[in-house]
Design a protein around this ligand. Structure first.
Ligand code: 3EB
Length: 325
């Protein structure tokens, strides 16, 4: 039996940052884009370099316990002993490029988590500049994947976390990685409609992307952390150039993923989800929002962000978490 975890709460809130940070059970607050506060005095707050058009909301993570915070080398973190929110931001120039900086970030995260009371990384986000720049194996996303794989060696050996990797649009060559870790491990899920990313063929780079399609956290009922989900079937991108069709394909992928969760005894569906929608081109915003209104139950919170998906032909990607509100 795996140890149970207290539930995590996640939501989008239009409330002043100072009042959110005054709450002792707030684990993390994320602000999006350059209109969000540029504040780093409290390790629980992170400004994410992706803009959310027309929305001024924070993403807020709440836990049951009293949250403390601190810094450890380049890492800043907060924790209630049950969960940990961690952030590392490393400058590519100081580490010799995207491969080396990715390896360094993952090594630091692995070392830090292994020595903590919350050693299990459930969920991790990666934001890097110019993600599809470069040709063949030199493409920056492929080099990120290779560096991540090297940095994960020997530490993330049991199972991979759920993940997102998106291109930051401000062009700053700083790798931003933030994550959710927990006291007890979850169960990694794969999507029967998609080849596991860690088994992608060689054409996707020298080392495959290391992440699980989703992670079931052992709360009661279980909470399902969804990796970035794009219009990938098998390992192949679908509907190049057609954002609306890609969005439909994503919802089919999520449906199939939810069936996997059901086989593990967890009823997951979009009516219990909190979602982030990453859109490459602002010209697709209206079509995406129309598609979301069609596909999503009325009460499902979502936040649209502009960011580059990690394959040039992919125009939209969705991540999120089910069962946290
Ligand atoms: C895909 O299915 C789309 O490299 O961490 C989605 C989620 C994707 C996470 C990652 C990449 C990552 O391959 C891309």
């Amino acid at each position: 039996m795996r140890a149970q975890l207290a539930p995590l709460r996640v939501g989008y809130e239009d409330v002043a940052l100072t009042s959110l940070l005054a709450e002792s059970n707030v684990l993390a607050v994320l602000g999006f884009g350059d209109t969000a506060p540029d504040e780093d005095s409290d390790p629980r707050y992170l400004q994410v370099p992706l803009a959310s058009p027309g929305q001024n909301q924070f993403e807020v993570w709440r836990v049951s316990g009293h949250v403390g915070s601190g810094r450890h080398g380049a890492i800043r973190y907060s924790s209630d002993g049950e969960y940990l929110f961690g952030v590392i931001e490393l400058d590519e120039a100081e580490h010799g490029g995207i491969h080396a900086v990715s390896a360094a970030a993952y090594r630091a995260i692995g070392d830090f988590c292994a020595g903590s009371a919350t050693p299990h990384v459930l969920r991790i986000w990666n934001y890097l500049a110019a993600i599809t720049e470069g040709d063949g194996d030199d493409e920056r996303y492929k080099q990120f994947c290779a560096g991540r794989a090297a940095g994960m060696e020997g530490i993330f050996s049991d199972e991979y976390p759920a993940a997102t990797a998106i291109g930051r649009l401000d062009g700053q060559k700083i790798l931003q990685v933030y994550w959710l870790a927990a006291r007890s491990s979850g169960v990694a899920l794969e999507n029967p409609r998609q080849l596991s990313a860690y088994r992608y063929p060689r054409q996707y780079g020298p080392r495959p992307p290391r992440f699980a399609r989703a992670l079931l956290a052992q709360t009661q009922p279980a909470q399902l952390h969804l990796s970035g989900t794009a219009a990938v079937v098998g390992h192949v991108s679908q509907h190049a150039g057609n954002c609306a069709a890609q969005l439909d394909e994503i919802f089919t992928n999520l449906d199939v993923l939810f069936r996997s969760a059901a086989q593990h005894g967890t009823a997951a569906d979009l009516s219990r989800a909190v979602l982030k929608i990453y859109v490459r081109n602002s010209a697709d915003r209206n079509a995406v929002e129309a598609g979301l209104r069609t596909q999503l139950p009325a009460g499902t919170p979502w936040l649209l962000l502009y960011g580059d998906v990690c394959r040039a032909e992919l125009l939209v990607e969705i991540d999120g978490v089910v069962g946290v509100r």
